[in-house]
Design a protein around this ligand. Structure first.
Ligand SMILES: [Fe+2]
Length: 286
């Protein structure tokens, strides 16, 4: 696990340290808690995919048995912890939110809070929005159809256009209020492609800092000699050679920081692509 530090100037009274965790996928990396305990961030922010979202069946895993809950209790002891919802949180039910609340971790589900000069929001993945729309109201606790058909999985890696598909759009209606609230705006948005892909284009909005994950650093990385930096080979919804798989990117009003994430999914291993916990130093008024 790599520790990456970014500096961002923010007009705050005093400096602030944020820890960004993404893509835990129901795991608790061995080195994560020691790293957080030694860095002692002011806030811990989880930008989605803390679960690995299969439908629990029969004696399968329920939220109350998820290893994430144990990790959440530990995180809440280190610093105030906020999570937003990624595509793997598509099957979360109201009962599950009660479980999470019981750990002391706060969920930002298309919502925001103000914290001493920071305005902190969480944009829920469009996959979650779609699953809620398609939930069978008469069904059981997890009465959702799976959000990805075989065709849509194929299209995640070979998209026709560089845009967010209509059936996976996030809910942007609350962002106007978030943006108008005075302060330094930090938005947890699991999907980095929401930064530039139409019609979402978060990087064209007056948001000072957007924090994302999801792309797992492009899964397999290679070194681009002419640019002297590493780049990823593929990412869901962006396809091959994704532009937004890690690092810090400049937007019209602010920055987008993407974590390579803390775990893996699927059959393809990470190659030249260590997992990553990101620390962001908000340097305060200079
Ligand atoms: Fe994801």
């Amino acid at each position: 696990m790599q520790e990456t530090v970014y500096q961002v100037s923010a007009p705050l009274r005093g400096e602030r340290w944020l820890a960004l965790l993404t893509d835990l996928h129901d795991r608790s990396p061995r080195l994560l808690l020691p790293s957080l305990r030694s860095h002692r961030p002011d806030l811990i922010l989880i930008a989605g995919d803390f679960l690995h979202g299969e439908i629990p069946e029969g004696n399968g895993l329920k939220m109350e048995e998820s290893p994430s809950l144990h990790l959440f209790r530990e995180l809440a002891r280190i610093a105030p912890t906020y999570v937003s919802l990624g595509n793997h949180e598509w099957m979360l039910c109201p009962e599950d939110f009660d479980c999470i609340a019981g750990t002391g971790v706060h969920v930002l589900d298309n919502a925001f809070v103000t914290l001493d000069g920071l305005v902190l929001g969480g944009l829920t993945s469009g996959t979650v929005i779609r699953s809620r729309r398609e939930r069978d109201p008469k069904g059981g606790r997890y009465a959702f159809p799976h959000p990805y058909s075989k065709t849509s999985l194929f299209r995640q890696f070979f998209p026709e256009k560089r845009e967010i598909r209509k059936d996976y759009l996030p809910d942007l209606t609350w962002l106007g209020k978030f943006e108008k609230t005075p302060g330094f705006h930090v938005l947890l948005s699991h999907h980095p492609e929401y930064g530039q892909y139409p019609p979402v284009r978060l990087m064209d909005r007056p948001i000072e800092l957007i924090l994302s994950g999801h792309a797992h650093g492009g899964q397999i990385r290679y070194y681009r000699l002419h640019r002297r930096k590493w780049a990823g080979v593929f990412a869901p919804f962006q396809g091959i050679f994704p532009e937004f798989s890690e690092g810090m990117h400049e937007g019209r009003y602010g920055k987008l920081i993407i974590s390579r994430g803390l775990a893996n999914t699927g059959p393809v291993p990470r190659l030249f692509n260590p997992t990553e916990v990101v620390y962001i130093h908000l340097t305060g008024r200079v």
